[in-house]
Design a protein around this ligand. Structure first.
Ligand SMILES: Cc1ncc(COP(=O)(O)O)c(C=O)c1O
Length: 379
């Protein structure tokens, strides 16, 4: 794990702030900055640089495949999670009578393509109870018309982590649906076993400590026909410059179809470096080292006069804990003035703990939060 020295070396900005907002933006290690500089250098070769760019792309596919439990050919790279889901929606080509299940703990990227007026499917919402998504509440939403179940492995809203094997089992048993899982809020933070998932999607600017502009898509080969994206482009097509190019467009099946045009190479360099950095520290080591920090944060919050949005279920929490307070914005400003960075949004406050955080970060945050609560209580 990180020592004070390696932490300082890779994350110089963390010596000046307490950063507990990785669920919004990860702090990239200097290695990611070097990768971006490398992109610039390689791009100086013009067209000859493409070979170097391509090597980085292959490295990202290999690294992502290792975490997703897939092969590099089963990985597609696009520009954000939202793009991945819109392409997935094109591939599904839903018809009237089809049903989609989303959850009320989900981020809009995965939940909204099915809510557009042009989508003819019926959308059902798996509602959280006591802050968590309970598999027994999913079962009645499933039937022979369900085409897709979309969930986040870890909720951006309150950090609840779904019991994935039980979700896979329920979906298989009660419907013919495909299961799509957004792993953005867990990737690089917790070990994951994504067996049985039909579409895996992640953004790249959070826990893997890379840059904006990436979408990591996993499509198991057995599902590649289900996820053949009928989008225009060229990178995603078979023979885009061939003699029939003005007669028909034929998409590459599966993961490859999620990269429609020229790849976002700057992001790809950064993602390669971010994933390698995470791999060098070890996801298991990160999860283990942060466990006591998350436990301490949860225990501390339970003692404070806030409404906890995260269920008090330690095994269903990865790195995010959220709570509500009527004076959330004021509390946020108080903490920010103390150089403590958490998330505030619509009355909700969210703490996110990664491997570069320390117990001192959590203790100071709790202490200042208590001060802030006393202040707002007395004003
Ligand atoms: C679960 C989840 N998915 C996706 C995103 C981001 O989506 P996109 O990459 O389209 O910006 C976020 C947060 O920004 C998120 O929390």
């Amino acid at each position: 794990m990180l020592t004070e020295k390696t932490r300082q070396k890779s994350f110089p900005s963390l010596s000046e702030m307490i950063y507990l907002n990785t669920a919004a933006e990860g702090i990239p290690p200097v290695e990611v900055g070097q990768a971006l500089a490398q992109y610039f250098q390689d791009h100086q070769f013009g067209m000859d640089g493409r070979e170097l760019h391509q090597a980085q792309r292959e490295a990202v596919k290999t690294l992502t495949a290792q975490i997703y439990g897939l092969t590099p050919d089963e990985i597609g790279l696009c520009s954000c999670s939202s793009e991945a889901y819109n392409l997935a929606a094109m591939a599904l080509n839903l018809q009237p009578g089809d049903e989609v299940v989303i959850s009320d703990l989900d981020f809009p990227a995965g939940a909204t393509p099915w809510l557009q007026p042009t989508c003819p499917a019926t959308v059902k919402v798996w509602q959280a109870r006591g802050g968590g998504l309970r598999v027994e509440d999913l079962v009645p939403l499933l039937n022979s018309n369900t085409r897709l179940v979309q969930v986040s492995l870890v909720s951006f809203f309150n950090g609840f982590m779904i019991p994935l094997p039980a979700v896979v089992e329920a979906v298989r048993k009660h419907s013919p649906a495909l299961l799509a899982v957004d792993v953005t809020q867990g990737l690089g933070r917790i070990p994951m076993n994504l067996n049985g998932v039909d579409l895996i999607v992640s953004s790249t600017h959070k826990w893997i400590l890379a840059s904006h502009g990436g979408g990591l898509v996993g499509v198991p080969a057995a599902r590649s026909q289900d996820w053949t994206v009928p989008a225009g482009g060229w990178f995603n097509l078979q023979d885009p410059f061939g003699p029939n190019r003005f007669k028909q467009a034929t998409s590459l099946p599966g993961a490859a179809g999620f990269s429609v045009g020229m790849p976002n190479y700057p992001a790809i360099y950064a993602i390669r470096a971010g994933l390698q950095y995470i791999q060098s520290v070890g996801v298991e080591a990160i999860a283990e080292a942060t466990r006591p920090l998350v436990d301490a944060c949860l225990e501390g919050l339970l003692k404070l006069p806030v409404e906890l949005l995260t269920p008090n279920e330690r095994d269903a929490i990865a790195g995010i804990i959220a709570f509500r307070h009527p004076a959330a914005d004021e509390i946020y400003r108080y903490l920010h003035a103390e150089n403590i960075h958490i998330m505030a949004h619509a009355g909700r406050l969210r703490v996110a703990i990664h491997g570069y955080n320390t117990m001192a970060d959590v203790e100071k945050c709790l202490q200042k939060l208590e001060e802030a609560l006393n202040n707002v209580g007395s004003s």
